[in-house]
Design a protein around this ligand. Structure first.
Ligand code: PLP
Length: 396
């Protein structure tokens, strides 16, 4: 019998990180700007930009810091209206508020992607667009980019959880003007904390680098268009939200692992998704046509469940060894927009609310093996049967 898989632990950090970490510990060289060039953070930026096919990268303390700096680097007016999906992590509207902007929430459909009709209505009054590819689900970037470009307003991609996803063959995070990624432990690359932003725009990277804390002439250690930096000298605040060398040394050996983690994560997800879709009670929404996903978790909707049945499903799955969160059903959930009281008045968003009340979330790391996936499938499908047709319940 297979035991319930541990879905919380990350993969071990590649052993090749150890020599570099020991060198850094022995020298105490932890600050990215101590050495004159080629610090581990600078090397990570160069390598990440190359992998993504972007001109510039800036590594920072978190994806939230990357989102905040992106908005600041765009030089938006105070109280600028920034469209974000109503289904995202609470750190996203927080980054908007932190940048002295106002988040405007856009309805999300029951496939977890932006409702483009509501988006089109709301973009008329917007100054910028920040698309969160929540849980790696890509909204219709063709429509979103076309509408943003038509209005001449900038598009930022929150690709925190989307590293490795492709849209029409293009890397997610390179469609908008700026793409932001996370190195927090639940993401594809893990240094505990950390983030990176990428862009092809020389002015944006120059402004973001300075504001991230490249004080005095530390920007000279960024091997990109030096004249743009000089233009912004002493004109921007220093928010000091840099990445340190240890974190970079932990990430760099993981860059080679990206293709395998993406491939295994997608294989695991698609195997479980096909099995769950065989249950009349569970639906895993299809990806959009141009989208090739890089999932490390699975989301699915409960079909015709009451609130009481939804809670019973959560309990039944837990009894069978698999923890499921229903985004809208757990108290103080950071992904339920009605809990974001810091943004001011919370709008009515019935479509997103209905989705959040039935949308389930379970982790599905790339390292899981087939027997563990079968355990997850039988727990989830079995839990649905426990609730909907207890006499037919199978498996244990
Ligand atoms: C994890 C995550 C964030 C926040 O990333 P941090 O690096 O923890 O700040 C933002 N958006 C999405 C979609 C995420 O998954």
């Amino acid at each position: 019998m297979t035991l319930a898989p541990n879905v919380y632990d990350a993969e071990p950090i590649p052993a090749s990180a150890k020599d570099e970490i020991e060198r850094l510990l022995n020298s105490g060289d932890l600050f990215r700007y101590t050495s004159s060039e080629d610090s581990p953070v600078a090397l990570l930026e160069r390598e990440f930009a190359e992998i993504m096919g972007a001109k510039y990268a800036l590594a920072v303390a978190s994806c939230s810091a990357a989102l905040f700096l992106s908005l600041k680097a765009l030089d938006l007016p105070r109280d600028a209206k920034v469209l974000i999906p109503a289904f995202t992590f609470g750190a996203v509207p927080s980054a908007v508020v932190h940048a002295d902007c106002q988040p405007v929430l856009v309805e999300v459909k029951d496939n977890y992607r932006i409702d483009t009709t509501d988006f089109e209505a709301k973009i008329k009054n917007a100054d910028a667009v920040l698309i969160s590819h929540m849980r790696g689900h890509t909204s219709d970037m063709e429509v979103i980019k076309r509408l943003a470009d038509a209005r001449g307003i900038p598009l930022i991609e929150d690709a925190a959880h989307s590293l490795g996803t492709k849209w029409n063959g293009q890397n997610i995070g390179t469609i908008g003007k700026i793409g932001c990624f996370s190195f927090q432990s639940y993401k594809l690359l893990n240094s505990g904390e950390g983030g990176v932003l990428i862009t092809d725009d020389a002015d944006i990277i120059a402004r973001a680098v300075i504001m991230s804390g490249a004080y005095e002439h530390n920007w000279k250690k960024h091997p990109v268009l030096q004249d743009r930096f000089a233009a912004w000298q002493n004109k921007l605040p220093l928010y000091n939200t840099r990445l340190n060398n240890l974190s970079a040394a932990i990430i760099r050996p993981q860059l080679n692992e990206i293709p395998r983690r993406v491939k295994d994560g997608r294989r695991n997800h698609d195997y479980v998704a096909a099995a769950l879709n065989a249950s009349p009670h569970l639906v895993v929404p299809d990806p959009l046509g141009p989208e090739v996903r890089a999932p490390d978790s699975i989301q699915f909707n409960l079909v015709d469940f009451s609130n009481a049945e939804t809670l019973a499903f959560q309990d039944a799955a837990a009894r069978r060894g698999v923890k499921v969160q229903v985004f809208g059903m757990s108290e103080d959930n950071a992904r339920a927009f009605w809990n974001w009281q810091f943004i001011g008045e919370i709008p009515e968003l019935p479509q997103t609310r209905a989705m959040l009340m039935r949308a389930c979330d379970a982790r599905l790391p790339a390292r899981l093996k087939k027997a563990e996936l079968d355990f997850v499938i039988s727990a989830l499908a079995g839990a649905a049967e426990d609730v909907k047709s207890p006499t037919l319940a199978y498996g244990t």
